[in-house]
Design a protein around this ligand. Structure first.
Ligand code: ZN
Length: 213
């Protein structure tokens, strides 16, 4: 059964209904960490039908006021019909001063919504954000598990964009780290990547090549 949820736009006060995300089941994942199968990945966020304000999180009063002229702008309104919702989420967060490295996951999800035509552009933006985040976490000694995942995503984006040498160098370095050597998931992931890189395969691929979706 489809569940409908009521939302209120923090910008204009419009009340609107939108379908709640259906709970589907995934059957594996793509190498860029998008879930595969009958599941919305990424999920769609409620969006005001009047002005296109996206409710992907709670906003403070100051944030809403900062966003007001941007949402009303021609620049944002033009994007409404022509670009992925996550790209507009990224633009909103950028407008609020959120640095690129902290928008890395939003940009990765933008690539999941991209078409063949604009994939390269969004993947390039995501790659830049992940490289910045890796550089800052390497310097700041941040959580090791996130750093390994960031390396995997960066390597995947290199592969998808055809930078096979860079992807190979990154995964070859990763495979010798203790976490990857002892973690079955990480090992499987890196082995699959190195195989695809060897084949010069830049396609969208599942982690488990035996699965079909
Ligand atoms: Zn609104």
């Amino acid at each position: 059964m489809i569940r409908r949820e009521e939302h209120e736009c923090p910008l204009c006060g419009e009340r609107f209904f939108q379908e709640a995300p259906a709970s589907g089941s995934s059957c594996g994942m793509w190498l860029d960490f998008q879930l595969a199968g009958a599941v919305a990945s990424p999920r769609d966020w409620p969006e005001c039908p009047k002005d296109g304000f996206i409710l992907h999180r709670e906003f403070s009063w100051e944030e809403v006021e900062t966003l007001r002229p941007f949402i009303a702008s021609w620049q944002y309104q033009t994007l409404r019909g022509s670009s992925p919702q996550y790209w507009r989420i990224d633009r909103m967060e950028k407008e609020l001063g959120v640095p690129l490295r902290e928008r890395a996951d939003i940009l990765l999800q933008t690539t999941w919504q991209a078409s063949q035509h604009n994939y390269t552009f969004f993947a390039g933006m995501a790659l830049k954000a992940f490289r910045e985040r890796m550089a800052s976490s390497a310097a700041g000694g941040e959580r090791r598990d996130r750093f390994v995942r960031d390396c995997m995503v960066t390597g995947e984006l290199y592969r998808r964009l055809g930078f096979f040498d860079k992807a190979e160098a990154l995964f070859a370095r990763l495979v010798s780290t203790p976490q990857v050597a002892t973690d079955a998931f990480c090992r499987k992931y890196v082995e699959r990547q190195l195989h695809l890189i060897g084949e010069q395969d830049d396609g969208s691929r599942l982690l488990d090549d035996a699965l079909t979706v």
